[in-house]
Ligand binder design. Sequence first.
Ligand code: SAH
Ligand code: SF4
Length: 354
Amino acid sequence: MPPARPLLCGFTRDALVGALAELGETRAYRATQLMEWIWKKRASDFEQMTNLPPALRHGLAERYSLCPLAVVDHSQSATGRTRKLLCRIQDDELVEMVLIPAAVGDAGTQSTRLTLCVSSQVGCAFGCKFCASGLHGLKRNLTTGEIIGQIFAAEREAGERVDNLVFMGMGEPLANTENLLPALRLITDPHALALSPRHITVSTSGNVPGLLKLANSGIPVRLAVSLHGATDEVRSRIMPVNRRWPLAELIPALETWQASSKHKITLEYILISGVNNAPQHAQELVSLAQRLRAKVNLIPYNPVQGLDWQRPSEDACRSFCRTLLSHHIPTTLRYEKGLDINAACGQLRLRHTS
Ligand code: SAH
Ligand code: SF4
């Protein structure tokens, strides 16, 4: 395979200035024009860039790429309009995204139109026992351009712009801060993608050093933590990451985050039958959520082919939820809209690679 061409959607303005200079173009307004084509007009072909001289367009096309991702499969849930997209990236690896249209709120309001769930890595090294993404380990990190390229590919599929972004696809975003942080800077840059940081959520399974790097970056995104257990005993049983960074390290890091963020942390909690859904587990979760002043998202486990974990009955899930609500923890019980399309992370790719 020929070496992959760098993706311009991952370039900062300075990097674009450098790329243009290598092609003999040193006028500053050319970088502004190029940024407008990439970010504002979402150009998918250098030939569209009609205000750039043809020689410059050709020079760019020979060295760089605009459009890295080809959607190779998509499945639509029968119930909702949730759509799962499988994309092929430059070296033929596959990544997953999920498009989620806005839910209309109680008062008929909606704060977003289209949410996109993106991947941050091909596979995942963290190997949570219930998760399809971690089954075959980590293949590689996504580059900054590939992280951002998912947004452009999804928008082309959807025919509209994404205005809410969640890093809850494949991979552990905070194990790839090297490429995640530059991507977040471009996504929130008013001269680039210009998405409001409050419409971006990064989800982590508890990568403490990554969390501190994200906090130090000062990018005011929202944080979700895949907790799934409020004690080391439960977490270590299903999440090997907890042995590396147990709650005694994770909780102080979350308190540091919480103290400097305007938003509540969201604790994601998959309900797995016989593992973490007993009344005592609910009480433990209440204590931790109170300590962190966090909100909780309960997600009944989405069974994965080849894994033995089961989701609890609907009654059991509702009763767990009631315990949290009775202690005034802001809680949602989210039956995955895309259950029939393997919407939980890593499952569509699993179908293609196994
Ligand atoms: N690695 C990060 C980002 C991925 S988010 C993290 O773990 O937070 C993907 C979310 O889907 C995580 O909360 C994960 O725990 C959850 N998940 C994985 N497999 C699932 C399944 N089979 N059913 C329901 N949720 C699942
Ligand atoms: Fe990785 Fe998150 Fe899946 Fe765990 S849940 S294996 S951290 S993607």
